[in-house]
Design a binder for this molecule. Structure first.
Ligand SMILES: Cc1cc2nc3c(=O)[nH]c(=O)nc-3n(C[C@H](O)[C@H](O)[C@H](O)COP(=O)(O)OP(=O)(O)OC[C@H]3O[C@@H](n4cnc5c(N)ncnc54)[C@H](O)[C@@H]3O)c2cc1C
Ligand code: FES
Length: 297
């Protein structure tokens, strides 16, 4: 692995390179994006606000909630990371990264001004058009809030196009919630119901303690009409989908996102294979009806 100081020099180097248009034809060639801001969400998660500096890429770039980018750092490889920002707020985009292995650990060291590689957007997004007019229930665990935050901000920015929004968010500890400024704003916004719970409280925590599935029993929902969007660890997704089904949600009304190890991100290598699907192109967003066996999540 590259020495930390060398990596820092590389990231800060600005040789004025602008990727040529032909780069768009090579799916594996990343574009360069600059880190505009780094937000420390908690001890393991950083949100990077990224911008394309060249006109070619900043003007034609668009995405939808639920899609992801392949983020690359020199000598660390690439990793799929969901958008945590909403395309309704142009001028850049955010990726929220939880420390897991080689690349995601190196990403914690990034500073404003550094350059990273990105390619995308990839994947099937949340069906934002089909969700119009519906009450929406968002259920998140841990870093799973990242893609859901993108969809929540999108709905809020679209004003009356969407019905009431319920956000149910579980974290291991109070210190591990991400997007605290958003959570604070959402809890004061009458368009939303936002409930938080932790697996384990601390001396300062006066909120709920228990699994996020328990929050489903505290809110009013109509399984026949409402839509649920769920993201988090596999086991959490499984139990939430099972509970939602017990509460009357139809299989097509429950939407989730899957994580699988990826290489190409564009349906070529087969690395992200799940059942008879490629998570990178058929997903990562799936309805419950597209996921026959929840025990494999
Ligand atoms: C669509 C999608 C969206 C995602 N969005 C986010 C997000 O918004 N934020 C976020 O923090 N994370 C997100 N992830 C997860 C993120 O991509 C991984 O944490 C990241 O790829 C880890 O990369 P790394 O280089 O840091 O870890 P690695 O060094 O690759 O290792 C991470 C762990 O995975 C194991 N591993 C690595 N490769 C393989 C393999 N091929 N087969 C089996 N095990 C392997 C390693 O042993 C280690 O335990 C997303 C994943 C997907 C698929
Ligand atoms: S990551 Fe290569 S096919 Fe999905």
């Amino acid at each position: 692995m590259m020495h930390k100081n060398d990596l820092r020099r590389f990231l800060q180097a600005d040789d004025g390179y602008v990727p040529p248009l032909v780069a768009d034809r090579n799916v594996y060639l990343p574009r360069r994006a600059r880190v505009r801001q780094v937000v420390r969400e908690n001890s393991l998660v950083r949100t990077l606000e990224l911008v394309f500096e060249d006109q070619i890429h900043s003007s034609d770039f668009t995405y939808l909630p639920g899609q992801f980018m392949m983020l690359s750092l020199p000598h660390c490889g690439e990793a799929p990371i969901s958008f945590s920002s909403s395309p309704t707020r142009p001028g850049g985009f955010s990726l929220s990264i939880r420390k897991a292995g080689k690349l995601t650990t190196a990403a914690q060291e990034l500073r404003p001004g550094d350059m990273v590689g990105v390619r995308g957007p990839y994947g099937r997004p949340f069906p934002m058009a089909d969700l119009r007019g519906r009450n929406l229930v968002f259920v998140a665990g841990g870093i799973g809030m990242a893609p859901l935050r993108s969809a929540i901000l999108y709905c809020l920015d679209k004003g009356d196009e969407y019905g009431h929004i319920t956000v149910l968010y579980g974290s291991k500890t109070p210190g591990e919630f991400c997007f605290m400024p958003d959570l604070t704003a959402w809890r004061q916004d009458e368009r939303l119901t936002c409930l938080l719970t932790v697996d384990e409280g601390d001396d300062d925590w006066q909120g709920r303690v228990g699994l996020v599935t328990g929050l489903l029993d505290e809110v009013e929902m109509d399984g026949g009409r409402d839509r649920a969007l769920v993201c988090g660890p596999g086991v959490m997704i499984r139990f939430v989908l099972e509970r939602l089904a017990a509460l009357g949600f139809q299989e097509d009304n429950m939407i989730t996102t899957l994580e699988r190890h990826m290489k190409c991100g564009v349906g070529i290598c087969g690395h992200c294979h799940f059942e008879n699907k490629m998570v990178c192109t058929d997903g990562p967003v799936f309805t419950r009806s597209e996921l026959p066996d929840l025990r494999k999540l």
